[in-house]
Design a protein around this ligand. Structure first.
Ligand SMILES: *Cc1c(COP(=O)(O)O)cnc(C)c1O
Length: 324
């Protein structure tokens, strides 16, 4: 039996095409607007959470525990959706010194509005995040459900298998020019769950022969192992072996550090905003789209997943102030 799933997102998300974007990138780009998958809960994580929070409900969890960086989009989506479903969010959030930041802005502000319990941990502690979340769960008097970083496990990845089925319907309806598959799906990769789901879904639903995951942290070798592991888990959830699209993980456009864009990447984000009105963020989507613009050769017709990230951008205009 297939895992149960909640309806939390506003679907299908539109496919967006803009001639100026094609010109800036140098190929035909269709943007799947998963940044419009909801209100403040929007982004790619809501698709994973439709499965993960269904499991939490089935297990009668009262508390949902997850983790991420201090500006985690995943933690914010989990906090808001947990509250929608009447559960209490508990977040382990990584900061440089393991202390609460001076300002509560962006995603963190939304976490606070949701009344999430927030525990701040150091990067060293974050290495043991799975263990820390288990300990937090054991220490609670109420039943809880632990969601791994980014919602990236086999169950969460099913959200992106389904997203590719959604794209297949859009292709068949002529919403991307015609029914032919794309030449590649391109997206930002931070914990691997999106890439795993896309690889399976793109092959299963004839959306594209290859997935190009642009790493924003770690490196290609790490993600290739990680994504394959999540795909194996997803196959177990689906109860059968499934085809897989080709996977290319590229780590050349991570920028100077996680969540820090290069000046060139920041300039690119500004140029795209001014040419198209589309906003990409400096942590994930902006780096991935920049990577696509640098690829040589480029796939001819691309599906680019806009996975969200606006709250993080609003939290820190720093990289852009000189460019405006
Ligand atoms: C989490 C996230 C990603 C990366 O998705 P993973 O499944 O974690 O690899 C990309 N873009 C945004 C905006 C995200 O929040």
């Amino acid at each position: 039996m297939l895992p149960t799933k909640l309806t939390l997102a506003h679907l299908p998300t539109p496919l967006f095409h803009h001639a100026e974007l094609d010109r800036l990138i140098g190929t035909e780009v269709w943007v799947k607007r998963d940044d419009m998958s909801a209100g403040p809960e929007a982004g790619n994580k809501i698709r994973k959470l439709e499965y993960l929070l269904a499991a939490a409900q089935t297990q009668h969890a009262r508390v949902v525990i997850t983790c991420g960086g201090v500006q985690s989009n995943h933690a914010r989506a989990t906090a808001l959706l947990a509250r929608r479903l009447g559960m209490r969010p508990l977040l382990l959030l990584r900061t440089l010194d393991g202390r609460a930041p001076q300002t509560t802005n962006g995603n963190l502000f939304l976490d606070a509005l949701a009344g999430a319990e927030m525990r701040f941990i150091t990067p060293a502690q974050y290495q043991d995040r799975d263990q820390l979340m288990q300990q937090a769960a054991l220490a609670l008097s109420q039943s809880s459900y632990v969601i791994p970083e980014g919602g990236s496990n086999g169950l969460g990845a099913l959200g992106y298998v389904d997203a590719m089925a959604e794209v297949r319907v859009q292709l068949d309806r002529g919403q991307a020019g015609g029914p032919a598959p794309f030449d590649a799906v391109v997206h930002a990769c931070g914990s691997g769950g999106t890439a795993a789901g896309v690889c399976i879904g793109a092959a299963l639903h004839n959306v594209a022969p290859v997935t190009i995951a642009m790493a924003v942290c770690d490196d290609s070798a790490y993600f290739e192992i990680r994504i394959r592991h999540i795909m194996d888990e997803a196959m177990l959830e689906l109860g059968a072996s499934q085809p897989r699209a080709g996977l290319r993980v590229l780590d050349r456009w991570k920028g100077p550090a996680y969540a820090v864009p290069s000046e060139e990447q920041a300039r690119f984000i500004v140029a795209v905003a001014r040419a198209t009105g589309l906003i990409f963020d400096p942590v994930y989507t902006g780096k991935a789209l920049f990577g696509l613009s640098q690829l040589d050769p480029k796939p001819k017709r691309v599906l680019f997943l806009h996975t969200g990230g606006l709250p993080g951008l609003l939290a820190d205009p720093g990289p852009f102030v000189e460019l405006l």
